[in-house]
Design a binder for this molecule. Structure first.
Ligand SMILES: Cc1ncc(COP(=O)(O)O)c(C=O)c1O
Length: 437
């Protein structure tokens, strides 16, 4: 850039001053920044949410691919419809029926992963300054999107039974009294990411009732609902309420994320807009992967494959909880009945974000709780993922983590000069006390 350039920029990026205002929140998340370090083989990563795709027999996928290419090659290699392949949309209804959802294939919009459905939905609904209500904590990359559309995320606290309806009522009243425009409630009711908890049936009814009365749309994000370890979780919120809920599903956790296939089930008017937004963004979702997944669903024992995943993740969760019990018995954590994540609460004196470099040095990675809040909360929490590492790696990882935590407490004790470990307050539960929310 020469001196007469109208663009100011800076040394690192000459276009620094040209970006749209909405990009100001686009910074690498803690999770993303971690991937580079945590992917070193000597590090046990309890950080990412990568499904264990090795549990999917490859021939199931190659068989489907070969058949698609042999029988529908020209269609698979061509552009398709912005709404998605009709046959796949019918099959998606079968998948959703397992969670109590009844709907029409006309109301399903296939997207490039549910992440893209989150993006399209946000594009349709969020104006700068709008409020999105979400659980505290919430899924980090949904908040990145809400942020990029310049929404303010208002976190409503959870406990071990999920989002607290009374707190939701209070937050809505406070926001409305302040003249704020609430656009929707974003919720992950089943096997929550990152908290691992599940919203009870009674609370599902109550929260839907509150949202209906207040005129607030519900965005139900449900990637993990079929990955239960014991009893089935309560049916999806969309099974109770049709007009007030937009439901998001994905094949990422029950098949493989590499297909990048998800979907939205939406009331007719919203569905129409989602299709237009999908076309504007990608013209059509990948014909090839839609047809391969459709073939897989027609030919393979996909329900049996989900059972296999359930077994793998259940064993890993047990390994994590027993290692926590053995090495960190004075701490508390959630006990997920499905999904990928455990939410650990540290002693009040520790800071999960500040502790991370020391943990990585000790060859264990985790995601600090701060990644899951739009505000400054979560320092006392850690998200531990049990989906990808083997049970043995999980045991090693938790032992290392316990060493790191022990080392931090020792340091604090030394510098506090008390000489009393008891003076370091231990947590009371897996969620922060209400004054910290
Ligand atoms: C809660 C939640 N929503 C959405 C996604 C995005 O999933 P995908 O785009 O792979 O369907 C994830 C991925 O981890 C998630 O945990």
């Amino acid at each position: 850039m020469n001196e007469s350039s109208p663009t100011l920029g800076n040394n690192l990026d000459p276009w620094y001053d040209s970006y749209a205002a909405r990009t100001s929140g686009l910074a690498a998340s803690e999770v993303r920044a971690l991937f580079a370090v945590a992917s070193r083989p000597e590090v046990v990563s309890l950080a990412g949410g990568m499904p264990y795709v090795s549990a999917l027999p490859r021939e199931l996928v190659t068989g489907a691919m070969d058949k698609v290419m042999a029988e529908q090659g020209p269609v698979a290699l061509q552009y398709g419809s912005g709404q998605g392949v009709p046959m796949l949309r019918e099959q998606i209804l079968e998948v959703m029926a397992l969670e109590g959802i009844r709907g029409s294939a006309d109301d399903v919009v296939v997207t490039t992963g549910s992440q893209h459905a989150l993006e399209l939905f946000s594009k349709l609904f969020i104006d700068p300054g709008d409020v999105v209500i979400a659980e505290g904590p919430s899924y980090v990359t949904a908040m990145v999107i809400f942020n990029s559309y310049q929404a303010d995320v208002d976190h409503v606290p959870m406990d071990e039974h999920g989002l607290i309806p009374g707190a939701l009522r209070e937050h809505i009243a406070r926001l409305k009294a302040a003249g704020r425009r609430i656009k929707f409630l974003y919720t992950i009711p089943t096997f929550h990411n990152p908290a691992g908890v599940t919203l009870t049936w009674e609370r599902r009814l109550e929260i839907l009732e509150i949202c209906k009365r207040e005129g607030i749309l519900v965005l139900e994000d449900n990637p993990y609902g079929l990955l239960y370890f014991g009893d089935r979780p309560p049916a999806a919120m969309r099974s109770i309420e049709e007009e007030g809920v937009v439901y998001l599903g994905t094949f990422s956790k029950t098949l493989a994320p590499g297909f990048r296939l998800g979907w939205a089930l939406a009331p007719h008017a919203i569905r129409e807009k989602l299709i237009l937004a999908n076309e504007a963004a990608v013209l059509s979702p990948s014909s090839f992967t839609q047809l391969v997944v459709s073939e897989y669903l027609s030919q393979a024992d996909w329900r049996g494959q989900i059972d296999t995943f359930r077994g793998v993740y259940c064993e890993r969760k047990e390994a994590m909880l027993s290692a926590l019990q053995e090495h960190l018995p004075e701490l508390s954590w959630t006990n997920p009945n499905g999904g990928f994540y455990v939410w650990l609460t540290l002693p009040e004196t520790l800071d999960s974000k500040a502790m991370l470099p020391r943990a990585v040095k000790e060859l264990v990675a985790y995601t600090p709780g701060t990644a899951f809040y739009a505000d400054d909360n979560g320092r006392q929490n850690i998200r531990l993922s049990f989906c990808y590492p083997t049970p043995e790696q999980i045991r090693v990882g938790i032992r290392r983590l316990a060493n790191v935590i022990g080392g931090e407490l020792d340091l604090l004790e030394t510098f506090a000069g008390t000489g009393q470990l008891n003076s370091i307050r231990m947590p009371r539960g897996a969620f922060p006390p209400s004054d910290l929310r």
